[in-house]
Every structure is written in structure tokens, then in C-alpha cells.
Design a protein around this ligand. Sequence first.
Ligand code: JFZ
Length: 481
Amino acid sequence: MENPKPFLFSGCFVSRVSRHDLISRVTRPVSRVTIFSAIALCLATSCAQQQPLPTPIGGGGEANPTLKTNALALKNFQDMRFGMFVHWGPISIKGTEIGWSRGVEIPVSTYDSLYLKFNPVNFNADEWIGLAKEAGMKYFVITSKHHDGFALWPSEYTDFDIAATPYKKDVLKAMELACEKQGILFGTYHSVLDWHHPDYTTRHGNDNRPVDSTTMVRYKKYLFNQVKELIQNYHTNILWFDGQWEKSWTHKDGMELYKYIRGLNDNILINNRVDKGFKGMAGMTDSIAKYAGDYGTPEQRIGGFSKEYPWESCITVGEQWAWKPNDKLKSVDQIVHTLIKTVGGNGNLLLNVGPMPDGRIEPRQVELLKGVGKWMAVNGEGVYGTRGGPFLPNDKLASTHAGQVIYLHVMDKTLKEIVLPVPQGVKASRVSVLGGKTVSYDNRDKEILIRVPENLPDSPAYVLRIKINRNAGTIDPIEVK
Ligand code: JFZ
């Protein structure tokens, strides 16, 4: 190895330790896994390429113009590309939607008493995380608190929590530890709205408790305290907020919460639902300098291609966030294609499963995730650590790239030849199928022609690895017919 590498390596390492772990170090030692994965990531990506990290465009909003998203944490998050989302709580007993069915399908008093029967005796955190890993996921986000206000950890600030259930055990701690043990980044979904809390100023469903004596001042104290617990006692790495759309929550509140979190741990990623910039299900923030947040959150849809603003689509495996008996599930093909189009648009995919009331993930969902994992085991090289483009995603194909390699993800298996329009001078020097053989191609004037090999193994999609003579990240987005 030549001399620049050790130098860069240590530079990268130091920057990770100082910016990343100094604060969390106060409360916990930096684990060997963290250090080794930091080294591996450094060598594999930015350090090896000797590129400075781009300055993130997200941050603390107009009240905090100099408060920026942690660039390294954001890069590592984007490199992961695929995570598991879990919506879970006492409502799984009824099998209706978490939060939303309170006071709608399920009377308020019934909903609010379900926790007294919540006893997921078959819950096993290592099994969930083992499954996430088998599916090829690199991070995990679970509902610490949904709109119904129930806390999945023994919170110092409420009795409406896991400690008050017959189960009693700390689900969130078990998840944090399983993630740490298995090398998965741990995060939490936390609703800023709380339809259960007496002080929260908006009521939902047929909840007719008066609001005259409610106050966001007291409620916000509660919320901030709980967020502090998640950071200091559970070392959450992602705060995935939600519920920001109600008028009780203001733009000022969003920026204040963002700043509060950064003050506790600079390393944490904060989604754009912390503030009012999130627009509709498309989920992007319309004025990034004005609103707080690190990344966009398109919901139940694939985000639009963006090199500038990081985003993550959250999508359910079935039709409900929380577990629903006999829910209609997507197929392995559908999920793999969703993942391909997402990474092809330069986004992450946070795929949601809803575990059952006894603590197990439903066997049909387990099979589905294993099917996705089978595809990822062969094709993960075209997903992890890549960025979307240059060929824009469509229904037939999508692309990602890393350095001088373009990964062409082909979903349409009827194509015999693929003609890729490229800028003048861009030439391929080798084409192969991931997990397979080299592929025949021709460099032509402003296009590369690829002859799709016959007898490709049956799979939701195949990935062509195309080595070119230029950094693919410098090529502007291209539409392919
Ligand atoms: C939100 C949650 O409400 C939902 O339960 C889930 O947690 C998802 C990830 O995020 O999605 C929304 C937000 C707002 C509306 C609908 C779904 N809305 O205003 O209709």
C-alpha cells in the first residue's frame, strides 16, 4: 500500500471518532464493531477515492443557518440504501391500523386499554434483526411512540408504556442491543403528535376530552424529555419524526427540536418530518434552507431522482403499517423492483413490516424478506455504497454507479439488446452480469450497445456491471427509451 492511504485512513478515522462518537462516548464506549466498520467504510469508499464529503444541503432550518446535517453520518446512511421499518404496539392485538384506528374502528377507551393485554411472549429481537440482515437490510427503525402515545420502552415520563404491560420487558433496549450485536444501525420512529397525551392540543377520532386546559408548552417538555431518553439511554442513530402536519406543531417547534437533538448528539440523522417542510406523500421539502431536516420521506411511493436532496421512501410490505391478519402482501418481484427504482433515483428504501401481537413476524412476511435477501446476496454490489443514475429509472431498468462502474438493473427480461445513450467519449471497457459471466457489447458513437446473454437465471432482475472510462457520477441524468 502506498503512503497516502494510511494518512487518509487515519484522517477518516479521526473525523469519524471526533464528529461521530465523541458525544455518544460520554454515555457508552465505542465498540470494536463500530471502529472496524468505520475503517472498512473509510477504505471502501471516501478515503479510497480521496474525495471530500459534499456539504449536505439539509440542516436546522432558517433559525439556525449554520447548523448543518452531519455529512459523514448522512453519507453512511445513504451508503446503506436499505432498511427495515417496524410499526408495532398493543394495537396489533386488534389488527387494525396503528394510531389511526383509535376512536375510529376501535373506541378510544378500548384502544387505550389494549396495553393491559399486550404480552408478546414470542418476541425475539435477535430474530428480527437476523431477518433484516438476511433480507440485506443495513439499518432498522422502530416505532418508539406512534400517534397513539404508547411508549415501547419504560419511559421515566409516562406510565403508558411497555413497563405497564403484562410483558414488562424493555422492547426498545432489546432492539438496540440486537442491532449493535449484529452490526445494524438502530433508529426510532417518534410521532411529535400524541392523541393520547392530556396536554396535546389536538384531539383525534371520537376523543372528546376538552382541550381548554391543554398546552403545547407542557407537552413539548414531555416530548423533548422522551427524545432525550431515546438518545441518551437507547443511543438512537435516526430520529424518524412524524405527525408534524397538525396545527399544534409549528415551524418554530420543528427547528427547536432539531437544534435540541444536534446539541445532544451531532451524529443523529433527523428526517424532514421534524418540521413543516414535508409536503404531502411526495415527501420532499420545498424550501430546504427554510425548514429543518436532513432528508426527504416519500411515503408509499418512490421518490423522484435527486442528486442534491437525500431521500428515503417508506413502503409497507402489505397494505397496513401495523400487522393486519390476512393482509395483502406484495411479491418478491414487486419489492425488488421497488428497491431498484428507489436506489436508481438515488434514494433509500425503508421497508415496513408489522409484527404480530405475540412478537413474531408473520411467516409469510419472513418468506418475502428472505426472497428479497436472495436477490440482494447476488446483486448487493449494485446497491450498497452506490448512488443513483446516470440512467433514469423507468419500468424496464434503472441504474446506480460507484466510481467508474455503472450498474444497470434490468427488470424487463424480454430485452435482447440494450442501447444506452452516453455522452461523447464515454466508452465501456468491460461488461458482466453480477453473479455471472462477461457480456458482449459494442462502443458506438454516443452509445453503448449491450447484447443480453441468454439463459440468465430466473430472478426478479439482473444487474449488468459496466466498467467505463470516466467517473459515472460526473455524467448528467440520461433517459433511456
Ligand atoms: C404517517 C403515519 O400517519 C402512518 O401511520 C405511518 O407511520 C407513516 C410512516 O407515516 O403517514 C401519514 C401521514 C399523514 C397522513 C397519512 C399518513 N395524512 O395526513 O393523511
